[in-house]
Design a protein around this ligand. Structure first.
Ligand code: NCD
Ligand code: ZN
Length: 345
């Protein structure tokens, strides 16, 4: 039985850091374990232009702890007004590593997202030319489509037509939650990857809803039935280079989650690596953990893997307490069991 595991330092390929007091409070948990993270641009107002991204990057850098070598990898929030020229310039100077597509209304702070794909094709063509990946929130927003089906329908209605129209565009399907998405990514010959969160590997919709509603398990895309969780676990632990960790750690203060109309998002940054290590352990796949958390993501983004190493140790630990911020406390994602692995620090 393996009790310690030393791997290259991981990266987080999908992270919400927010801004201001929350940014300051949550960043220490990510910079402790991860070298780099793709920073989601869904602030209010969103990070739309290269100038917005440069300002936000500077706020993140000034919130870093002393001695931290954490590198934020910035993204732009795609709108129907986004200028191809601005995106090209931001990519060429290395400021921006991806552009994020939110279908308008799909999730938290997505009101300025895209309604009509025709209106963003020029930007997407430019991205294909300069090799800038598109990260997609893969859910349709059609009110007639059941929330549990929105990812699968998005593949047929939006993603597949887009990939046929612009085969050279490199796309990451963010936080996949269904067997349908896993099968679709596996069937792609090139230019398609997917992030998988820690929480979608460990909970299903029954955990969220049976025996009382658990608002801290509510996120988008919503957790699905067990069959889908098992498909995600198989994909993550397979070693297939198209799948990599993106925690989608999405902090909201408790008052906003424990509410009659609660926000979507699980705050997992402090526990993501221990949870993922436990999943790989349970699946007898610890030898493939490094690929999922540290190698496949950089390969997709055409960046070198990190040089330094971290060690994970099999040792029980309690889930850390809520993070206190000037805006309120933020509960850390908790499966109801102690953590089975720890990151050595
Ligand atoms: C994210 C957030 O809170 O910003 N919420 C979530 O449930 N994942 C937005 C997102 O990534 O969909
Ligand atoms: Zn997200």
């Amino acid at each position: 039985m393996t009790d310690t595991l030393t791997i290259r330092r991981p990266d987080d390929w999908h992270l919400h850091l927010r801004d201001g007091a929350v940014l300051k409070a949550v960043l220490p948990h990510t910079e402790r374990d991860f070298a780099r993270a793709i920073i989601m641009p869904n602030l209010v107002p969103p990070v739309v232009t290269a100038a917005d991204a440069a300002d936000y990057r500077d706020r993140i850098l000034s919130a870093k702890s002393q001695g931290s070598r954490f590198q934020p990898l910035m993204t732009l929030y795609l709108t129907e007004e986004t200028q191809p020229k601005d995106v090209r310039a931001a990519a060429e100077i290395g400021l921006v590593k991806a552009v994020k597509l939110y279908p308008a209304g799909a999730t938290t702070n997505s009101a300025s997202g895209v309604r009509d794909m025709d209106r963003v094709m020029r930007v997407l063509e430019t991205m294909a030319q300069v090799n800038l990946p598109l990260c997609v929130h893969g859910e349709v927003t059609d009110a007639a489509i059941d929330i549990f089906d929105r990812e699968a329908v998005f593949i047929d209605r939006v993603l597949d037509p887009l990939r046929r129209r612009l085969p050279e565009l490199r796309i990451v399907m963010e936080h996949v939650t269904t067997a349908d998405a896993v099968d679709y990514v596996r069937a792609a010959e090139r230019h398609l990857g997917a992030t998988i969160t820690a929480h979608h590997l460990v909970i299903n919709r029954t955990h969220m809803l049976a025996g009382g509603i658990r608002p801290h398990y509510y996120c988008l895309p919503i957790v699905k039935r067990e069959r889908h969780r098992l498909a995600l676990r198989a994909a993550a632990t397979s070693g297939d280079a198209r799948f990599f960790l993106g925690t989608d750690s999405a902090p909201h203060v408790d008052a906003a989650k424990e509410s009659a109309c609660g926000c979507a998002g699980c705050y997992t940054a402090p526990v993501a690596l221990p949870l993922v290590a436990q999943v790989f352990d349970e699946e007898d796949a610890l030898d493939r953990l490094e690929a999922f958390v540290s190698l496949n993501g950089p390969a997709f983004y055409r960046l070198p893997p990190n040089e330094d190493m971290i060690t994970l140790r099999r040792a029980e630990a309690p889930v850390p307490p809520a993070v206190e911020t000037a805006q309120g406390s933020i509960t850390v994602f908790d499966t109801g069991r102690p953590l089975a692995w720890q990151v050595e620090r």
